[in-house]
Design a protein around this ligand. Structure first.
Ligand code: TRP
Length: 330
């Protein structure tokens, strides 16, 4: 058992897709077998874009059920709802006062909004609330509150983890050694996980495979993968095929080699390759899907797990707040 603390937050804005899973959550789940792990549903982070309580609550259950069903090791992990730990609101306020505004101006997500507004000729801050603008401070508070060493995230979140480290360094320089310095750990490059149309799998392209679709929907989606028009007996380049590129993430080495050879030697058509891919992904997801469905119809069990997690998270967080309070307020 390593003594490093692993931490990640998952924003409850809908069912994760396979690209999200491979990009961030798979390595978190694997590491939870050998590390103290802090995992939470970042419901406060959803509030800058989701303005409907029922939706936030529903998505929060989905994410909790998702991460449990995929095998987060609860012997080593705590799982909770971000908003259930009061210390987060406190640390957020404290960190506001050591965070340069210029750092927030550089955040990719904020800059993307500015660019979008410039392109449409709108006011630069159109649609930007302070939750969005200060998003990286709240995320830094998450990371620093629980003394995280390693933060597994998708590449899109790397900058935010670097900001958390920067903020911790500013703070430590001003007030002494209060915070541990976190490091991002990036999973499979999302650009390497193609969606149904061959472009990077992304919600914004509407080409995703959700982790927990019913089996029939999963089959339909996989059968819809876009291919070229090569015939079954023509040699095909596996590295240009979405089917093979997805298969690689779920199959073992011998299976991968086998499909590769079938492609290269013109021994398989796309339709049959899709069936093999479907069988593989489906068998990978079958047991977790059953557990997911069980949990979603027993949300009282989720409530218990989350309440227990919140109590344990609070105990850790309050110690951090004590250190920060003493350092900043005497
Ligand atoms: N911002 C992350 C995302 O959008 C979610 C998140 C919130 C997070 N707090 C975190 C991730 C702390 C890692 C650590 O995916």
């Amino acid at each position: 058992m390593s003594d490093k603390v692993i931490l990640t937050g998952i924003k409850p804005t809908g069912m994760p897709h396979i690209g999200n899973y491979l990009g961030a959550y798979k390595s978190l789940i694997e590491m939870s077998n050998s590390h103290k792990t802090v995992a939470f549903i970042a419901d406060l982070h959803a509030l800058n874009s989701v303005h409907d309580a029922k939706t936030v609550k529903q998505h929060t259950y989905e994410i909790a059920a998702f991460i449990l069903a995929m095998g987060l090791n609860m012997d080593n992990a705590i799982l909770f709802r971000q908003s259930d730990v009061d210390a987060i609101y406190k640390l957020n306020t404290f960190l506001m006062n050591v965070t340069p505004k210029g750092l927030m101006n550089r955040a990719h997500s904020y800059k993307a909004m500015l660019e979008k507004n410039a392109a449409s000729g709108d006011d630069p801050d159109n649609g930007v609330n302070m939750g969005l603008y200060t998003y990286p401070i709240l995320m830094s508070a998450d990371i620093l509150l629980y003394n995280a060493d390693i933060v597994p995230v998708g590449a899109d979140q790397k900058q935010h983890v670097e900001f958390a480290r920067d903020i911790a360094e500013y703070f430590n320089r001003m007030y002494g050694n209060v915070f541990r310095l976190p490091e991002p750990q990036i999973g499979v490059d999302a650009g390497l996980i193609p969606g149904l149309d061959g472009r990077k799998m992304s919600k914004s392209y509407d080409n995703t495979i959700p982790v927990f679709a019913p089996e029939s929907e999963l089959r339909k989606k996989i059968m819809r993968i876009v291919t070229d028009s090569k015939l079954p007996d023509e040699p095909k380049n596996p590295d240009e095929s979405t089917i093979y590129l997805l298969y690689k993430h779920f199959a073992n080495a011998a299976e991968i080699k086998n499909l590769r050879e079938l492609f290269e030697n013109g021994k398989i058509g796309y339709g049959d390759a899709k069936k093999i891919l479907f069988e593989k992904i489906n068998s990978y997801l079958d047991a977790p899907r059953k557990r997911y469905e069980y949990l979603m119809s027993h949300t009282d069990e989720l409530d218990k797990i989350l309440a227990d997690g919140a109590a344990r998270a609070t105990a850790i967080a309050n110690k951090t707040i004590e250190r920060v309070r003493r350092a900043m307020l005497g």
